[in-house]
Ligand binder design. Structure first.
Ligand code: ADP
Ligand code: MG
Length: 700
């Protein structure tokens, strides 16, 4: 067995478990071994049986004197009763509803048990303890042959159908059968940091001999991930520093004319971000800036300022949006923003293409794709706004100076290089915009402040979205409220965690809710449904209808896009709110409240857990995505706010990114290795990891 062995070839994993593990992103032996324990339980202390007392948790070891199963409550309930004896005394043990135990354990077996001592009808006994047979002849504890008791045991995050106990047995078997591993960290670093070698570190993180050793192993893996990320980021930065971009001079008068032409004043945050960007553009090397800001914070106008600067300097801008609706929206708003500046702006999507010519600033002309592409090559269009069609159609720009990527959660470096293949040898500047908040503390540690601008302020006059957790008995009032809103022409979102009803029926499903809401509760209103299994075309049609006000209520899964501006939508109602991460909930909420009209976000939850309540409460209280992200980070690590899905950075490394000291150490090590320039050649594995990261960070 080695790292790349697929799970299907691992003994004990049948198709059912293979599927469950796949849900956790585990497909190979490597993935499995890098599924680290969430925490540990120290069961390495054995107590003499005569010392155990009611109410305490203990681990004991002894011989099974007797064991039998009996049935009570009309034979429906199974109780396994045993007596276990060590050299100091004997204890009664009861297991409820684990009938197989009387088969698994027999009189005379040596066992180790861990559980709570309680007093019940049956007197004093150890209740439902975790157990394991001791196979060798000794009772020596900690006993490293044991897996579930009598040692420090790993506790994994459990999902439906995978227990820690099962994972423990599997991990141990895989570790025992694993071939020798090639070391992934350079020897110099291992020595300097006194890190355990790879295989030992894997053993110690899953089955530690002491908590210190577990910690040491964890630190090694955290360091390793950070080291590779920084190696990648620093080398990427060095590469960029060596290529040239067309400098775009800062034209203060032009920018003043632009801001004067707006119907509103820019917020300080917008001014600051625009300043960063315009200053970057002046430099002869490509800008690589990420502009972050909550939904509605006004990033588009900042992008428009950059595009205007480029255009007035004779350079074209390619502006990419993730969907056709967003591209159309941008075409309209950017067209308005730039209407007085005599620019030609084009829209190129999968369908009808058109452009606004300077002579018709408030109207547009439909053109053929061929003509549009020809105009782009000739440099006759200043700003081309489009979807991925911009890349698919191999649009060539005569004079591309700036690429803007909106809401893609990625840096867009790859999109830039694909768009760039025009005549010019220069690399265009790149501005990525996103509403995904990455906490500032986090961003600073990895990226430094060099490439990041944050619009952390909302335009004045915007009302706070009233957010409320609705207890089940109040649901009826929430519906009455929705009805009043719809009566006055307002629109409503209803988000559900699933498409189809689940087997257990515990999660609200779109199809069911849609049926109920459209037929039973709001039959007089136009209710529509939206989910990921619908075709792109149908989805876009529904969104368009909603945008035009033809639909009153949209029942949807999480597919509702970020960034779409529905001025009349005032209520965001979220079913099963505890099923979503804080980040996602905040994104949902951002789809309402984009005007001065009061908007609302209602959260429904069936979960009573304190943790999920705490998180939803935070959502009630905090309105900024950045504050929420910081809080989430404190509450439970970076979690879903900055997980792998959004940033391409492994979750495990993210957990440690707030550890400034570790990040600094990793940065130093990465710099040293890059200076010596031997690492990438000498360590094929290291090169491979960097390549993987490169792909993850660049690709969708
Ligand atoms: P996002 O950051 O989510 O992309 P938009 O750029 O779509 O936000 O802006 C949301 C709305 O706010 C738009 O209608 C835009 O015209 C408006 N807006 C932007 N900046 C300001 C401002 N400083 N004052 C008032 N309204 C603004
Ligand atoms: Mg936007």
């Amino acid at each position: 067995m080695n790292f790349s062995t697929p799970l299907s070839e691992v003994p004990r994993i049948g198709p059912v478990y293979e599927k469950r593990l796949k849900k956790l992103g585990i497909e190979t032996v490597r993935d499995l071994l890098f599924y680290f324990p969430r925490t540990y339980e120290n069961l390495s202390r054995i107590t003499d049986i005569k010392e155990i007392k009611e109410g305490g948790d203990y681990c004991v070891a002894g011989n099974v004197l007797q064991i039998q199963e009996r049935r009570t409550f009309r034979k429906r309930l199974s109780i396994t009763e045993a007596v276990v004896q060590d050299k100091t005394g004997a204890a009664k043990v009861l297991w409820f509803n684990q009938p197989y135990l009387s088969q698994a354990l027999a009189q005379g077996d040596k066992v180790c048990l861990a559980g709570r001592v309680v007093r019940g009808k049956e007197g004093i006994y150890i209740s439902n303890p975790a157990y394991e047979k001791i196979r060798n002849s000794q009772f020596a504890i900690p006993n490293y042959e044991l897996t579930h008791v009598g040692r420090i045991i790993p506790i994994y995050s459990e999902t439906t159908g995978i227990s820690s106990r099962w994972l423990r047995s599997l991990m141990k078997m895989v570790l025992a059968q694993l071939e020798e591993l090639q070391e992934t960290l350079p020897e110099k670093i291992l020595k300097e940091k006194k890190f355990p070698l790879l295989k030992r570190a894997l053993w110690q993180i899953h089955f530690p001999d002491s908590l210190e050793l577990a910690d040491g192993a964890r630190k090694r893996f955290a360091f390793e991930e950070l080291f590779f990320i920084l190696l990648f980021i620093i080398s990427e930065r060095q590469k960029i520093a060596s290529v040239k971009a067309p400098p775009i001079p800062f034209d203060a008068a032009l920018m003043k004319r632009f801001t004067d032409s707006l119907p509103f004043g820019l917020t300080d945050a917008q001014k600051k971000s625009a300043w960063h960007i315009l200053k970057d553009l002046e430099k002869p090397r490509p800008m690589n800036r990420l502009l972050e800001g909550d939904v509605g914070s006004g990033k588009t106008v900042v992008g428009a300022m950059a595009a205007l600067s480029a255009a007035k300097h004779g350079l074209q801008t390619a502006w990419m949006a993730p969907t056709e609706i967003l591209a159309q929206q941008h075409f309209k708003t950017v067209g308005q923003f730039l209407s007085r500046f005599n620019l030609t702006i084009a829209l190129l999507t999968g369908k009808s293409d058109r452009f606004i010519s300077p002579k018709l600033p408030n109207d547009f002309i439909e053109v053929s794709r061929e003509k549009l592409i020809k105009m782009a090559v000739q440099g006759k269009i200043h700003v081309v706004i489009g979807t991925h069609a911009l890349i698919q159609e191999k649009v060539r720009f005569g004079n591309l100076g700036l690429v803007i990527i909106d809401e893609q959660h990625r840096f867009g470096v790859r999109q830039r290089s694909e768009l760039q293949k025009g005549k010019t040898a220069l690399v265009p500047h790149l501005l990525s915009m996103t509403a995904t908040p990455i906490p500032r503390t986090l961003a600073m540690t990895i990226y430094g402040d060099l490439d990041l601008s944050i619009v952390d302020q909302m335009p004045a006059g915007r009302k706070k979205i009233i957010t409320k957790i609705i207890p089940p008995p109040q649901r009826i009032h929430a519906y009455e409220f929705l009805e009043k809103q719809m009566q006055t022409g307002k629109q409503v979102f209803v988000i559900c965690p699933r498409i189809e009803p689940s087997e257990t029926g515990e999660m609200k499903a779109v199809k069911e809710e849609y049926e109920k809401l459209s037929k039973e509760i709001f039959p007089e209103y136009e209710v529509a449904m939206l989910h990921g299994k619908m075709s792109t075309r149908t989805k876009e049609d529904v969104m368009k209808k909603f945008k035009r006000g033809k639909i009153d209520m949209l029942v949807s899964t999480s597919v509702v896009e970020v960034g779409v501006d529905i001025p009349n939508a005032t209520v965001m109602m979220i079913e099963g709110a505890d099923r979503f991460g804080l980040a996602q909930l905040h994104q949902f909420r951002g789809r309402v409240g984009r005007r001065e009209i009061q908007s609302y976000c209602f959260l429904f939850t069936e979960s009573a857990s304190a943790q999920s309540r705490k998180r939803l409460k935070a959502l009630e209280r905090l309105e900024s995505g950045f504050e929420l992200a910081e809080m989430d980070l404190k509450l439970r690590g970076p979690g879903d706010f900055v997980g792998e899905k959004q940033w391409g950075i492994p979750d495990f490394a993210m957990e440690h990114i707030a550890n400034v000291k570790l990040v600094e150490e990793a940065r130093e090590a990465a710099k040293q290795i890059l200076e010596q320039d031997i690492a990438l050649k000498k360590y094929p594995l290291l090169r491979q990891r960097v390549q993987e990261l490169r792909e993850k960070l660049h690709l969708e």
